[in-house]
Design a protein around this ligand. Structure first.
Ligand SMILES: [Zn+2]
Length: 436
């Protein structure tokens, strides 16, 4: 798909250049009929040109314009040799700062060459990406190499959906790009347990940026505002760029979305056993407190540390099997048991950041099936991770509140427009914001 966008942009650009330079555009297919029997061509040009010339006559009429697609194992140097262009020409172009990007061409990249006579390159056009195009033109002294950037337009798009299958399927169906589905999970990770608590009928609205060149989307930007109604409760998040230029998500009231701990250490897993002080143990068959929460997930599923901290234990303990304990600040520890393995790059004493993968779901120790056993302790006392009141987050500071409101109001308006058209969505949070 990327290639198709890419190629059509390239061809569009080719025609624009052809028109402005007042020479006839010869597309690869048209070149076939443009071959003249009177022009002599060297065998190497013939080999390279064979891809687009079905004519067996080894003769080419100049000027030759080639739209060349880079194949596996090729470099600009090997392409130049195919077309009998000299090392001097190659060096003249790649020596400049702008021309240096030609050194690492990727498979599928398009390079246009205009060759006016054997060994004579008049120009080279290389579409670096959907935005930037490199143009090298022969001059008195060598080659002028410049990069031309197409003007980029920004558009705000809105996507809405309702949960009936899974967040992935329903968001995809609604038209939300994949990377934004993951972003949505990240933004609400502290409020919504996507693993356990998603319900049919939950609704989401996502307002995000799209970047376009000549009306065609070249890349997806970030989420600027979003709302998720989970089991009748609505959460909203708005992006705000702070004084250092960092983008962070806040509630419409300016409270941070990121809290000290994630609500779940495994993405998209089901809670299979709750915190219960009087549980009958499935293997020991005795009443024994279950001082944590179990998440059923396939062996090898990533386990993430729910908060910043330091690994204080990593090894084997009787019933827990392979287990990791992370210390978060003074008061908090979390424990992850029955693992199949540990993250390679860490050890006891390693500092870990919230969301870092520390190990993998397994069935080690006393476990009837693959799952993660997860414990949360405050001052050494076990708490129910699903019920504990977690510490709050940072808010927009008082002095930036006016700027925050000014910056985020247009996004809040977009969200409101979208949700107003969908009466099922509760807009309490946003109404509260409007009144304030
Ligand atoms: Zn357990």
């Amino acid at each position: 798909m990327k290639n198709r966008i890419y190629q059509s942009l390239f061809l569009g650009l080719t025609s624009a250049i052809a028109a402005s330079a007042s020479y006839a555009l010869i597309s690869p297919r048209m070149t076939e009929s443009a071959i003249s029997v009177n022009t002599i061509v060297t065998p190497s040009i013939y080999d390279a040109a064979a891809d687009f010339l079905s004519d067996t006559t080894p003769q080419i009429q100049y000027p030759l314009i080639v739209d060349y697609q880079v194949k596996s194992g090729e470099s600009l140097s090997s392409i130049f040799s195919k077309f009998d262009l000299s090392k001097t020409t190659l060096n003249d172009i790649t020596a400049s700062e702008a021309g240096h990007s030609l050194v690492d061409l990727d498979v599928g990249d398009m390079v246009q060459l205009k060759i006016t006579a054997p060994g004579e390159l008049e120009h080279l056009v290389y579409k670096k990406n959907p935005i930037d195009t490199l143009i090298a033109t022969r001059s008195e002294t060598g080659y002028d190499v410049q990069i031309i950037s197409a003007p980029i337009d920004k558009e705000i798009a809105t996507v809405q959906g309702t949960i009936s299958d899974s967040l992935f399927l329903d968001a995809k169906r609604a038209g939300l790009p994949d990377k934004l589905i993951m972003k949505l999970v990240d933004i609400f990770a502290w409020d919504i347990d996507f693993a356990e608590n998603l319900k049919d009928g939950d609704q989401f609205t996502v307002v995000y940026e799209k970047f376009l060149v000549e009306g065609k989307q070249v890349y997806t930007g970030d989420i600027v505002a979003t709302e998720f109604t989970n089991k009748g409760k609505t959460f909203a998040a708005i992006r705000y760029k702070d004084e250092d230029g960092n983008s962070t998500y806040y509630t419409p009231q300016g409270k941070g979305m990121k809290k000290t701990f994630l609500s779940s250490p495994v993405d998209f897993a089901r809670v299979s056993s709750l915190f219960n002080m009087h549980r009958r143990h499935p293997i020991l068959n005795t009443i024994r407190a279950h001082k944590g929460v179990d998440y059923a997930a396939a062996i090898g599923t990533s386990v993430k540390t729910v908060g910043n901290g330091k690994i204080i234990f990593r090894g084997t303990q009787n019933g827990y099997g392979n287990v990791i304990i992370v210390q978060h600040g003074e008061k908090y520890t979390t424990l992850y048991g029955h693992l199949s393995g540990f993250a390679d790059s860490q050890a006891v004493g390693s500092e870990v950041s919230q969301g870092d993968v520390i190990g993998y779901v397994g069935q080690s120790g006393l476990a009837t099936g693959p799952h993660l056993h997860y414990e949360f302790r405050i001052d050494g006392v076990h708490q129910d991770p699903l019920a504990v009141n977690l510490p709050e987050s940072f808010a927009v500071s008082e002095k930036f509140l006016a700027d925050f409101k000014a910056q985020t109001q247009p996004f809040i308006d977009k969200l409101n427009q979208a949700t107003a058209a969908t009466p099922d969505i509760k807009v309490d949070t946003l109404v509260a914001q409007k009144k304030s």
